[in-house]
Design a protein around this ligand. Sequence first.
Ligand code: SF4
Length: 259
Amino acid sequence: MTNMRLTDQQTGYVSEIFCSIQGEGVYVGERQVFLRTAGCATTCRWCDTVWSKERTDVCVVHGRETRELTNPVTAVEALDETLTLVRAGAPVKTVSITGGEPLEQPAFVADIARRLKDHGLRVYLETNGLEVGGLGSMGSHVDVVAMDIKLPSATGKDHWDVHRDFLGALPGVEVFVKLVVEPITPFDEIEKAVRLIAGAGRDIPLVLQPESSAYLEGTRGARGRSALLEMIERAQRFGLEHVSDVRVIPQCHRLLNVR
Ligand code: SF4
């Protein structure tokens, strides 16, 4: 990542700001404030934040009272609301910038991240790993990148080269990769994802995330559930042959039914 000078306040589209537990990945369970950007051009079959895919007119702030801001919001407006939630109760140390896809608004997100760092906060960026160009704006303003690998079977598109470039553009930043696994995920796609990660670094953690509706809502029935468990075990065993840290972590916020 290279530093970019950001002098002017940026504006952007935010879907919601709230405080909750981190429900995914290697920091699962950590209390964080979430700033969810609005807008995502990707189409994941199992998208669990469909309301954030469009750039809506309103940003909802879930504090002691629910408030609405008019989009696009300024970086300072978004920062002020975020800091209010950070300081409510026991202080929160980490802000997760999530989406939608944050890097579809790179200048805005970089501006907010820089301001959060100025306030001593840790910045955690959740991304679909497809907006390589957006990374250049982020400078040293991000502490952790939680990057998805989007499989062709989930999006209908082949993103392998873009994901490879994205991972290659992250030297010096803590990163882990998340892979959503369904009962019907082609195993050769899992193999390809694992090899791609191993090519970027054997020490990059891989989180296998069972697709939630398959076990929480039973969308694929009892057989789907057991097929998912078999797939997950097979994927973890294969992954551990190539990278050093492969964990199975379900979406804990979905288990707890919290935002
Ligand atoms: S990248 Fe994220 S927000 Fe976009 S469709 Fe996929 S899951 Fe939904």
